[in-house]
Design a binder for this molecule. Structure first.
Ligand SMILES: C[S@@+](CC[C@H](N)C(=O)[O-])C[C@H]1O[C@@H](n2cnc3c(N)ncnc32)[C@H](O)[C@@H]1O
Length: 345
């Protein structure tokens, strides 16, 4: 084939420019902006090799009807989307987002996205302890639950609360959060971590403690609560299978990161957490208000997803298709199980 002469090359360049200008004005007429969403480098530590597919799945759920294309540019990982201008603020809390840019010709113009958080990120990120759930994974699970449950006001339950990553994430969103954790040492760790961070960052709060039930020998029911100006968190010691500690129909969101069976062994040293879950499922499901959403983060190698799904389906919850599957290690493939309590059930 003959190489192009200068005229042909110019003509092709001209056609490409014209196409770009036309599609730009078509988008403008439809009120659409072309955007590039920059995926944070921290996504690698949260979702590993599947980070871009997982990001796309979150986006699809939070902004239904918006299709994203994965793009690599100059070493950056991007999602390319078209979005109506009035929907841009909905991007602000995406868990994988570092920044958003509007495409104008060949240039990328950064957009000022101002997520309205009730509390600084330090409250979630600065505590370090073994078994802590990744903060971005936690934010994603809360985002997914909020997208499924729809308009608030919301109250969140984490029935496997650990040292409170989910509770504090919810508090940043301005949501009242309640957690149950069976490890009695969690209460002291939670107090120390939150006290330290609130002092360092001068976060206004009130601390209170007591028991949500009549005192028992095993300490079950003891709680610690932090009240912030727009939200509050309460961590209770005990087994969340116990309906007395959890209550019925009180929560629009149930979000938790289940034990992975490695650091957190079940009774008798068993690795499969399904036994514990089977005991908990009726209480957790009953805690969810009609229309509410449950998002469980779990290791899809143990228990098998279909077994976990069946446990909660038996409790009258509907299973939704979002999975956000990603391999963490040889023995952990993390996945979300997303359920909704039907309005009439
Ligand atoms: C993966 S960790 C959660 C970590 C938490 N998201 C954090 O970042 O601090 C799971 C927790 O569930 C707790 N747990 C397991 N079964 C429980 C039950 N039946 N009731 C209450 N807590 C339970 C374990 O003790 C463990 O701390």
């Amino acid at each position: 084939m003959q190489p192009d002469g200068p005229e042909e090359a110019n003509y092709r360049g001209f056609q490409a420019d014209r196409e770009r200008a036309l599609s730009c004005s078509r988008r403008a007429l439809a009120g659409l902006m072309q955007l590039k969403l920059l995926v944070t480098p921290l996504a690698r530590g949260a979702w590993f090799d599947e980070r871009l597919e997982v990001a796309r799945e979150e986006l699809a759920l939070l902004l239904p009807g918006v299709e994203a294309e994965i793009e690599h540019r100059a070493g950056l990982e991007l999602l390319s989307v078209e979005l109506a201008k009035e929907r841009v603020p909905e991007l602000a809390r995406l868990s994988f987002l570092q920044a958003a840019f509007e495409v104008t010709g060949d240039a990328l113009r950064p957009l000022a996205l101002e997520p309205a958080y009730a509390l600084p990120s330090a409250l979630v990120t600065e505590a370090r302890y073994p078994g802590k759930t990744n903060e971005r994974v936690t934010a994603q699970a809360v985002n997914v639950a909020l997208a499924v449950a729809g308009h608030g006001p919301h109250r969140l339950l984490d029935p496997v609360a650990g040292r409170g990553t989910t509770l504090l994430t919810a508090a940043r969103y301005g949501i009242e959060a309640y957690g149950v954790e069976r490890d009695v040492k969690a209460l002291a760790d939670f107090r120390r971590n939150v006290k330290k961070i609130t002092k360092l960052h001068r976060i206004k709060h009130k601390l209170s403690e007591g028991s949500v039930i009549k005192r028992r020998r095993d300490g079950a029911g003891r709680y610690l609560a932090f009240t912030f100006p727009q939200s509050g968190v309460r961590l209770v010691v005990g087994d969340s299978a116990d309906p007395q500690l959890v209550g019925r129909g009180r929560y629009t969101l149930v979000v938790g990161d289940l034990p992975y069976g490695i650091q957190h062994r079940g009774p008798g040293g068993r690795r499969d957490p399904l036994d514990t879950l089977a005991a908990c499922a009726p209480t957790w499901a009953a805690a969810l208000a009609p229309g509410g959403a449950m998002v469980l983060i779990f290791n899809a190698l143990q228990p098998r997803p279909e077994r976990l799904h069946a446990l909660f389906a038996q409790q009258g919850l509907e299973l939704l298709p979002t999975r956000c599957t990603h391999r963490m290690s040889e023995s952990i493939v993390r996945q979300l199980a997303v359920f909704r309590r039907p309005v009439a059930s």
